[in-house]
Write a protein that binds this ligand. Structure first.
Ligand code: HEM
Length: 307
């Protein structure tokens, strides 16, 4: 049975480094060889710093996939669903390679990130890097706990991983979407606490969900808590982390799923809203600046990709 990259369903960490690369022309064979060595590199460092709970994930950009591995393509891999409505935007930009390095030690992340860059060498250009951190007790920088309604335990694997019967060649892989959001915290902090709570549909301090009939149709948890035609909840595994310095502050949003569809449907519900135009009011206080689609293949695939 194929095994997934362990970071996909891992518990949250204290520190995260997200590295986004583009590949230079004609370097595909080298890149395949380098990528196939990454899981072992992560494994070695996770043994060396065993108390740091290090995990790494590597994923391949949707637009680069066919060059990276022309033989086969994950069945549902498709471009990032860019969208906009009024002043709400979800832009897209392509990266060829995504590397997520998370652990409970910023120094270990630094060591591993440096090694990854060394391994990929001058075959790639580092286009974007985000250093992220756990904020208080797992809160977003808006002050609300993020991740409470995430699938838990073994259920995460059911939500995040491609099933054998759906796409046997890419089983245990995962469809990944990322968006870097920048918050307008000055505007957000001008709201009274109860107004902020209405925006999420949850209480701030003790993180309690509002009863459904007390949630505004524009509340973030109303717009994102959706069901399909059969009445099943649309689920994704969120692995987002806050990032920021004294100039830019926000959330690096990360979602893994067995299909790209749930993310697209939820994003649409946020940006376009329902039939009556109720869109997500959280988007008044934060704006997506990037948006990318990737596939994070199984460990079995990665071990053979250079053959
Ligand atoms: C719930 C923050 C963007 C999907 C939540 C919660 C917070 C939060 C605080 C409530 C606690 C929880 O269950 O995690 C944010 C922030 C965002 C953002 C700060 C951007 C800056 C997104 C995006 C999506 C998304 C882009 C998907 C397209 C969800 C889902 C839930 C949720 C599915 C759970 C809803 C429920 O079942 O109650 N988010 N989120 N979020 N968010 Fe977001």
């Amino acid at each position: 049975m194929a095994r997934e990259q362990f970071g996909i369903c891992a518990e949250p960490n204290l520190h995260g480094n997200y590295l986004l690369f583009n590949v230079l022309d004609d370097k595909n064979a080298f890149i395949r060889a380098a990528i196939s060595r990454l899981p072992q590199l992560f494994e070695n460092y996770s043994e060396q710093f065993s108390e740091a709970n290090l995990i790494g994930v590597v994923a391949i950009g949707e637009a680069y996939w066919d060059e990276f591995y022309p033989i086969a393509r994950p069945a549902l891999l498709s471009p990032f669903p860019a969208m906009n409505r009024d002043d709400r935007v979800a832009p897209t930009n392509n990266y060829d390679i995504y590397i997520e390095i998370r652990s409970d030690r910023a120094d270990v992340n630094h060591i591993v990130s440096s090694k990854v860059c060394q391994l990929l060498g001058d075959s790639v250009e580092l286009i974007e890097q985000v250093q992220a951190f756990r904020f208080l007790d797992g809160r977003d920088l808006t002050g609300f706990v993020d991740g409470t309604e995430n699938p838990q335990g073994r259920h995460r694997r059911e939500v995040a991983l491609v099933k054998e019967q759906d796409d046997s060649f890419f089983a245990a892989g995962s469809y990944l979407h990322t968006q870097r959001y920048q918050h307008n915290l000055t505007l957000w902090n001008s709201l009274a606490e109860h107004e902020q709570e209405d925006v999420y549909g949850r209480t701030k301090l003790d993180n309690i969900e509002f009863p459904s009939d007390e949630k505004a149709l524009t509340a973030h948890t109303k717009r994102t808590s959706l069901k399909d035609e059969q009445g099943n909840s649309l689920e994704i595994v969120r692995q987002s982390m806050p990032y920021g310095d004294m100039k830019r502050k926000g959330l690096f949003f990360v979602s893994y799923c067995a299909s790209p569809k749930p993310f697209e449907t939820i994003l649409k519900s946020m940006v376009h809203g329902d039939a009556h135009g109720n869109s997500d009011h959280l988007l008044k206080y934060t704006q997506a600046e990037t948006g990318s689609a990737f596939f994070a293949p199984s460990l079995n695939f990665l071990s053979k990709v250079a053959d």
